[in-house]
Design a protein around this ligand. Structure first.
Ligand code: UDP
Length: 332
């Protein structure tokens, strides 16, 4: 939202607040927040046309929404295995309702969709390009992969302009220090490492050290959230330009978002030690189900077609920003 505002756009946030943080949207970002469900067609339609009751009396009143960035989803892989219905209902079913609303008017409303490298499944080649076969291995990945299919079909049939971003491992925090991740439960590696280093957790579990990688731990491609945000602005603006030139788009534009450099769990721990000057207690635990040994992106297409240039590709910088946020969030 911050990147959109800085680029001169005027975002409105729709969030059901199951995992969202209303105070961040309203107070830090100073952006209108509608509390609601993407799958509620009666609420979505007036929102898209600027007639939603909460927009009345604001400068958004009567102004149709120009484009949608669709981030809303459940994203816990383990939970998606034990409760797939929840994932298909929310990630797939609600998105179908949203897409129907986007193509209901005279002109379809462009959409930027957050997909994931989890739609690829086990890598057959590293780095992974957008043409890598997709064979997701858990319901979370499959729900995102199915939405990609919806988007492809809606694009072909109704001319829905759309960008699909496949994120690799989102990490870091806004360099200003006032925005960052806050999950409950926290499952991601970097915040967990920082939780242990700051004494919030007693030890870290390393999920497997017998993978076919140089140090035996899993390798991931960590991408700074601000770089992800930049890509969204570029993707959105590309869709708006295509629309302005009235260029019909019959296929989604698909881009990987990663740095193209992989770091192992061990390397992340070492980098975090260097950044924070602290140590940590770590135990090797069993492999986590569904974890491929390596996931590393080729993001050449986003660089070439969108002119995307990650500003914070360095792992130490990513951890430094995450650490500033972590200190501010939990200790000030
Ligand atoms: N990981 C770990 N201990 C943790 C959390 C994660 O060893 O407490 C590993 C995990 O197995 C994976 C990598 O760190 O190989 C990144 O995991 P994360 O959950 O951050 O992202 P994912 O790759 O699952 O999207």
């Amino acid at each position: 939202m911050r990147a959109l505002s800085l680029a001169g756009h005027q975002p409105v946030v729709l969030d059901n607040l199951v995992y969202g943080h209303s105070e961040i949207v309203r107070e830090v970002l100073d952006v209108p927040l509608i509390n609601g469900q993407v799958g509620n067609r009666q609420m979505i339609e007036p929102l898209l046309s600027g007639q939603h009751p909460e927009l009345v009396g604001t400068h958004f009143e009567g102004k149709p929404i120009e484009a949608v960035l669709h981030f809303a989803a459940y994203a816990y892989v383990g939970e998606s295995v034990s409760d797939p219905a929840k994932y298909y209902r929310n990630n797939l079913g609600d998105t179908l309702t949203l897409l129907e609303a986007l193509v209901a008017g005279e002109q379809p409303i462009p959409i930027v969709f957050s997909s994931t490298c989890a739609t690829y499944g086990p890598p057959q080649a590293i780095p992974m390009t957008e043409d890598h076969p997709q064979a997701p291995i858990n319901p979370y990945g499959r729900s995102k992969w199915m939405v990609e299919h919806l988007l492809r079909d809606f694009s072909r049939a109704y001319g829905l302009p759309c960008v699909i971003f496949r994120y690799f491992n989102a990490a870091g925090a806004d360099p200003d220090g006032d925005l960052g991740e806050d999950h409950d439960p926290e499952t991601h590696l970097i915040p967990r490492v920082l939780d242990v280093m700051s004494g919030r957790e007693p030890y870290l579990q390393i999920f497997g050290d017998d993978y076919p990688t140089p140090d035996g731990t899993c390798i991931r491609d960590y991408i700074h959230v601000s770089d992800l945000a930049d890509a969204h602005v570029l993707g959105l603006e590309r869709l708006l330009r295509l629309r302005e030139r009235q260029e019909a788009q019959r296929e989604p534009l698909i881009y990987n978002l990663g740095n193209g450099t992989g770091y192992s769990v061990q390397e992340v721990i070492e980098a975090a030690k260097a950044v924070t000057g602290r140590g940590l207690l770590a135990h090797v635990a069993r492999r986590r189900e569904g974890d491929p040994a390596q996931l590393v992106a080729s993001a050449t297409r986003a660089r070439e077609e969108l002119g995307w240039r990650p500003r914070y590709p360095d792992l130490n910088t990513i951890i430094e920003h995450a650490w500033s946020w972590h200190q501010r969030r939990h200790f000030s």
